[in-house]
Design a binder for this molecule. Structure first.
Ligand code: CTP
Ligand code: MG
Length: 240
């Protein structure tokens, strides 16, 4: 079967500030999502890319992709997204043809993921893992608090304890799946919308084995304004 990448790109990017949806913003002269599509196309196995566009702008996204040079061995399809990431992924999965047996789900916002990271995720799925997630050690010390909705924003918070960082990993995308496993998780949708930031989490809850492979620092998610500054610097370093 073929390997496809679903790219959820339908979010507003509220943490980046007001303006154009995040995936449509400029990064070094090209929309963020075009970088993400190119990153998937550079991976050896990816034959098809499904871009999940902001619900009201699939045609804008089609025009952006038509204006960008993309390799022609990869088929690119655009579908409108949904209200949250999980819904957007579900709509992307629904657009996959029957001959796709391995699926990558990749945040448009992780626009600069290296091809080698994508390849290693695909290779681990092809070697027999039902679900594969790139991840990195956590570098900050992490403290647990007891969230209290009545505490005013910015008021000092009591520490409950310090988490053992050695046992934590920060996860990235692309996350790779045997297609049937991810389809099944989306059909059952057991989590009622909670914890929907991660496809692998849905698969874990169904009892499937999820494994981690090394992530990459350039696969960071563009979330806040400073991340755009970092992304521009990564691009500039690649071009020299
Ligand atoms: N996403 C999506 N559909 C949604 C919400 C998010 O396809 N309804 C996508 C985003 O476009 C992004 C990825 O999921 O590529 C990761 O989400 P995040 O970084 O949180 O992006 P946004 O939701 O757009 O940003 P914010 O949470 O700051 O509004
Ligand atoms: Mg979001």
């Amino acid at each position: 079967g073929r390997t496809a990448a679903v790219i959820p790109a339908a979010g507003r990017g509220e943490r980046l500030g007001p303006g154009t949806p995040k995936a449509l913003r400029d990064l070094g002269g090209v929309p963020v999502l075009v970088h993400a599509v190119r990153a998937m196309c550079r991976a050896e196995e990816v034959a098809l890319v499904v871009v999940v566009a902001p619900p009201d702008s699939p045609d804008t996204v089609r025009a952006m992709l038509a204006a960008a040079p993309l390799p022609d061995h990869v088929e690119v399809v655009v579908v409108p997204g949904g209200a949250d990431r999980q819904e957007s992924v579900r709509l992307g999965l629904a657009a996959l043809p029957g001959d796709v047996d391995v699926v990558l789900v990749h945040d448009a916002a992780r626009a600069l993921v290296p091809a080698a990271t994508v390849d290693s995720v695909v290779a681990a799925v092809r070697s027999g893992a039902p679900a594969v997630v790139p991840a990195l050690p956590v570098t900050d010390t992490v403290k647990r608090v007891a969230p209290d909705p009545d505490r005013p924003a910015g008021a000092p918070e009591p520490v409950v304890d310090t988490v053992d960082r050695a046992a934590l990993r920060a996860v990235q995308t692309p996350q790779g799946f045997v297609r049937a496993v991810l389809d099944d998780a989306h059909r059952r949708r057991t989590d009622g919308g909670e914890g929907a930031t991660d496809c692998a989490g849905m698969v874990e809850r169904l009892g499937h084995r999820v494994v981690l492979v090394p992530g990459h620092e350039e696969a960071f998610k563009i979330t806040r304004p400073l991340d755009l500054v970092l992304a521009e610097a990564v691009l500039a370093r690649r071009e020299t």
